[in-house]
Design a protein around this ligand. Structure first.
Ligand code: CO
Length: 198
């Protein structure tokens, strides 16, 4: 019931104000997040909660399987606002092991519109067929594909005119790829960081 959410919201707002009386007043005037997070829509991967950040500290875009489509006006609009206006320092693509989107891309059956959305994952899997085929078990094979996909999304971000232009004008914005484990709640840095070319 939505009523429960409204009741919980009242409790949350009251506790926030008690802990920090200026909290809402500060956030009302402006947001100055240093981070922009592109993550999976999966309910188990909430950006603020798992990164331990308060409202106002991280700008967020989420979609199924944390993909960066080069013609996705939604993702690109949010990216442009984050980079050009908010001037975030870090753009973070966060995937997660056991991603249902990655699994759906590879299970060989049709699911509807989402099959179009997940097309880059199938293409990526085809490009890395030899490496993936060498992993006998399905779960670790899909987990490896989750990693490859995050690395690929970070590369796509680096190639966008938005990021290219930010770097060209000397703006420090660093791109990162992380993987979240549902099993232990920990984020892992994939080491595919892209920084402004020197
Ligand atoms: Co997912």
């Amino acid at each position: 019931m939505v009523k429960i959410l409204l009741e919980r919201n009242v409790v949350w707002a009251r506790e926030r104000t008690e802990a920090d009386p200026g909290f809402f007043k500060r956030l009302k005037s402006q947001q100055t997040p240093e981070y922009f997070w592109i993550g999976c829509a999966d309910s188990r991967v909430p950006a603020n909660v798992i990164a331990g950040l308060d409202p106002g500290e991280i700008f967020v875009h989420r979609n199924v399987a944390n993909l960066v489509h080069s013609a996705d006006i939604n993702c690109l609009s949010v990216l442009q606002f984050a980079v050009d206006v908010l001037k975030v320092k870090h753009v973070i693509v966060t995937g997660h092991y056991g991603c249902g989107g990655v699994r759906a891309a590879m299970d060989g059956s049709r699911h509807g519109l989402i099959d179009h959305w997940l097309e880059p994952i199938r293409e990526l899997a085809a490009r890395h067929k030899a490496e993936l085929d060498a992993i006998a078990e399905e779960e670790p094979r899909l987990d490896r594909l989750c990693e490859l996909s995050v690395e690929s999304q970070v590369s796509r971000l680096a190639a966008t005119p938005i990021v290219q232009d930010a770097w060209a004008r000397g703006q420090d914005v660093t791109l990162h790829g992380l993987l979240y484990s549902l099993a232990d709640g920990l984020l892992r840095d994939l080491g595919c960081t892209h920084t402004r070319p020197a």
